[in-house]
Design a protein. Structure first.
Length: 158
């Protein structure tokens, strides 16, 4: 998937319809604005298979649009190959982290660095909470966290 001279990041949450597609879209826009998007493979996925093929949550899409960001992402489940082809797998909470580490242990030659996206947050908010059962304000909070974390991650990897 990733060319040898490119960097790669996979953003992961439980269903790949709220947090991870927001993070993916935010990071893609930042990389585009910085003129480095061509050097990155950027995607997102889910630890579950519940929403495979679905568009992101309408509230998440509305939040992104409000900030001038569009996405055409469709939900997908993380595959064994992702652990071999992505340099970074950045997830949203401890459950995602635990699920991903379990899955990575069953993959031969898994090389991805699995981390919490929140570990890059300058405000030290480690967990990006699932806004699915929340309000528009909760999606805005996820967006703001993703902006901070993605900026720090991009700065670290530029």
């Amino acid at each position: 998937m990733a060319a040898s001279n490119s960097k790669s990041v996979l953003f992961v949450c439980l269903g790949n319809i709220c947090r991870s597609p927001i993070a993916e879209a935010v990071f893609r826009k930042m990389a585009t604005d910085a003129g480095v998007v061509d050097t990155w493979v950027i995607d997102s996925g889910a630890t579950s298979d519940w929403n495979t093929g679905s568009s992101p949550d309408a509230r998440g899409l509305a939040c992104l649009r409000k900030h001038g960001i569009e996405t055409s992402h469709r939900a997908r489940q993380v595959t064994k190959e992702d652990f071999q082809t992505f340099e970074y797998i950045l997830c949203m909470d401890e459950n995602n982290l635990s699920d991903l580490k379990k899955k990575a242990n069953s993959v031969k030659n898994a090389t991805a660095r699995i981390e919490l996206l929140g570990s890059y947050d300058p405000q030290k908010q480690l967990i990006i909470k699932d806004p699915y059962y929340g309000s528009d304000k909760d999606f805005e909070t996820v967006y703001e966290q993703c902006v901070r974390c993605c900026k720090a991650f991009l700065d670290t990897n530029s």
